[in-house]
Design a protein around this ligand. Structure first.
Ligand code: ZN
Length: 244
């Protein structure tokens, strides 16, 4: 089975279209999303519609929860909060309900899905490095869990030969066949923060146990124009060009 995994779309339609096209042309059988469909960008309705059309399996991110009214946006920075409030005004009741109904975790035949930490997914803890990943790796019953939330791709893993030690890699190609467990942060489609402005997504071949993190260019100016036209904070447009 080839899994295509993408997340942290953040209402960026051009980036979502580009990432979906990469995953489809690579032969993905099933497409999964680690959440944060909305927030920051200016095409929330279009992104929700496209995910539904494409039959993507989606877990709930903290921005999705905030827009659905389940999480207090006072804890967000001023730009994220402005985007949450703007998004709430755009969505229909049915779209808000769709966000509210997203699960916090999903389990498939070969992998699991969560937005932040797999352990206590409702707390949306960030997984940056080995220490943050330990609780998830300990609790995980499947060999791989895909996550997002930090907008920076990284793979945290435990090798069969050294199962007590959590290692990490930023490589784009990772052979997971010699691991007992792995937590894979697939990076962000719609707002990368590793100074590479291209959309990030992942392909996982569960038979070969090979992981690939893919970057793809998209029409950044189109999404910047959409953000400015919507009256969202200009910094949200500027950061797309910088990848921060
Ligand atoms: Zn996010």
């Amino acid at each position: 089975m080839i899994y295509g995994v993408l997340g942290d779309i953040h209402s960026n339609l051009a980036a979502l279209q580009a990432a979906l096209s990469v995953l489809r042309s690579a032969g993905a059988d099933q497409i999964l999303s680690v959440g944060d469909v909305v927030g920051y960008g200016a095409a929330p309705r279009e992104c929700i519609a496209l995910l539904k059309d494409e039959g993507v399996h989606v877990v709930k991110g903290n921005h999705d929860a905030a827009v659905a009214g389940e999480l207090d946006p006072r804890y967000f920075n001023q730009y994220a909060r402005a985007a949450v409030e703007w998004t709430q005004r755009q969505l229909t009741a049915e779209e808000l309900h769709w966000l509210a109904a997203l699960p916090l975790r999903m389990h498939f035949e070969h992998c699991a899905l969560a937005h932040g930490s797999y352990a206590h997914p409702e707390d949306f803890h960030y997984v940056h490095g080995p220490h943050d990943a330990d609780a998830s790796l300990n609790e995980l019953e499947l060999p791989v869990c895909f996550v997002g939330h930090t907008h920076v791709p990284v793979t945290l893993l435990r090798l069969a030969e050294d199962p007590l030690h959590t290692a990490f890699t930023h490589d784009s190609f990772v052979d997971l066949s010699e691991t007992t467990r792995a937590v894979v942060n697939v990076g962000s489609v719609g707002q990368p923060r590793d100074e590479d402005p291209r959309a990030a997504c992942a392909l996982y071949d569960s038979s070969a146990r090979l992981l690939r993190i893919v970057r793809t260019s998209y029409d950044i100016e189109r999404e910047q124009a959409r953000i400015l036209k919507a009256g969202l904070p200009p910094v949200l447009a500027e950061r797309l060009r910088l990848g921060v």
